[in-house]
Design a protein around this ligand. Structure first.
Ligand SMILES: *Cc1c(COP(=O)(O)O)cnc(C)c1O
Length: 376
């Protein structure tokens, strides 16, 4: 195979015996036969330890991330939970102020109940990160870049170097950029997290999560054990759908990036828009860092702040016809959501903000839809 894209398109390219299937069969077995001598000739004991249904998808992901190992989970949250469970009680986590809301709430909950210590840093401010890391011994630095829902950029290389100097490991939630645009492990991160529900699967029909690691560390061994013992394992059919979704990952992500840049550029100049938030815009404070550490585009996610506040923003969302009003991101169909009302009490999201997940429809259709929705 010549390139990572060819490998991905072929879904590893294994042909299954005896019928020479071009796509892999779905392994449904929960348990595997022992030989008379008690050994396991198939190398598998029980599906919760690691189902053969995961082989292709985990290997494609491992190669996409340039890691040494990858693991599938029942959801992005299950993957994050396995990492938190792998820590020692009271370990300190330093996390960004802006990040996927439900995981931020989860970290706060774990801290409130005494499982971890928690401190936050300003996503784009390396000096603030340095202060937080210096304040107390830290086990894990959490990065999300571009970060939900305002798309701040964190310099992965500098941040993970700082973390290492302070004895901490670095995890990057790379759900939004995907391995097509960003390679956190090559920039020095230790673990990459994905909600595979989003771009990796790409069709709004699977909930799944994944982790990839640069090295087979003791922490990683515990993460692997936590998947088995915590039991949040993915079903075989979902693993199969995920592999199918990943086969078009590069095409989908590139199409979404091109359209997102076009929309952000047009919307930034629109009289009804107060601000367009997209790292591909020169006006975005993280643009230069994003350009340096991402390749091929700035992602398919952007947000717009609508003049006239919350009511005006909700009216725009109410008027769209092509965009679907729904949470989530990274699918072939474009989605729009009034983010603050989804996040609920305590949200840090401005109430005039609409989050857009740009799909793969022709950009003219998307632009026309937003323009008619913005007309007052
Ligand atoms: C959706 C999402 C998650 C959570 O993943 P689930 O698959 O919904 O559990 C984590 N991080 C980011 C950036 C996400 O968009």
């Amino acid at each position: 195979m010549s390139s990572i894209e060819t490998l991905t398109v072929h879904g590893l390219g294994r042909v299954a015996e005896p019928y020479r299937d071009i796509v892999p069969p779905i392994h449904l077995a929960s348990t595997f036969e022992r030989a008379a001598d008690g050994s396991y000739p198939g190398g598998r004991v029980y599906a919760r330890d690691g189902s053969p249904a995961y082989i292709e998808a985990e290997e494609v992901l491992r190669q996409l991330e340039g890691g040494s190992q990858a693991l599938l989970f029942a959801s992005g949250h299950a993957a994050a939970t396995a990492v938190l469970q792998a820590l020692e009680a009271g370990d300190r986590v330093v996390a960004p102020q802006s990040m996927y809301w439900a995981l931020r709430k989860w970290l706060l909950d774990r801290a409130e109940h005494g499982h971890i210590q928690l401190a936050f840093y300003d996503n784009a401010d390396i000096d603030d990160l340095r202060r937080q890391l210096a304040a107390a011994p830290t086990r894990l630095l959490w990065i999300e870049t571009p970060a939900n829902p305002t798309w701040e950029i964190t310099d992965i290389r500098t941040a993970s170097t700082l973390a290492r100097e302070h004895g901490a490991m670095t995890l990057v939630d790379s759900t939004v950029p995907t391995p097509v645009l960003s390679q956190p492990l090559a920039l020095g991160a230790d673990i990459v997290l994905h909600s595979a529900t989003k771009y990796l699967n790409g069709h709004s029909d699977v909930v799944a999560g994944a982790l990839a690691t640069r090295e087979d560390s003791p922490l990683w061994q515990r993460v692997r054990a936590m998947r088995n013992l915590g039991g949040a394992v993915l079903g075989p059919f979902e693993a199969w759908l995920l592999l199918r979704g990943m086969r078009t990952l590069h095409l989908r992500v590139r199409a979404a990036c091109a359209s997102a840049l076009k929309l952000a550029t047009e919307l930034e100049a629109h009289p009804a828009i107060a601000q367009a938030l997209y790292p591909g815009l020169a006006s975005h404070p993280g643009h230069a860092t994003a350009a340096a550490q991402m390749s091929g585009g700035f992602g398919g996610m952007l947000s717009i702040r609508v003049k006239g506040g919350e009511a005006a923003a909700r009216e725009v969302a109410a008027r769209v016809r092509v965009f679907k009003r729904a949470t989530s991101l990274g699918s072939v169909e474009s989605l729009i959501e009034h983010r603050a009302s989804v996040e609920g009490p305590g949200t840090r999201c401005p109430d005039d903000l609409l989050r857009l997940s740009v799909g793969i429809e022709p950009v003219e259709d998307l632009l026309a839809d937003l323009q008619q929705a913005l007309q007052v």
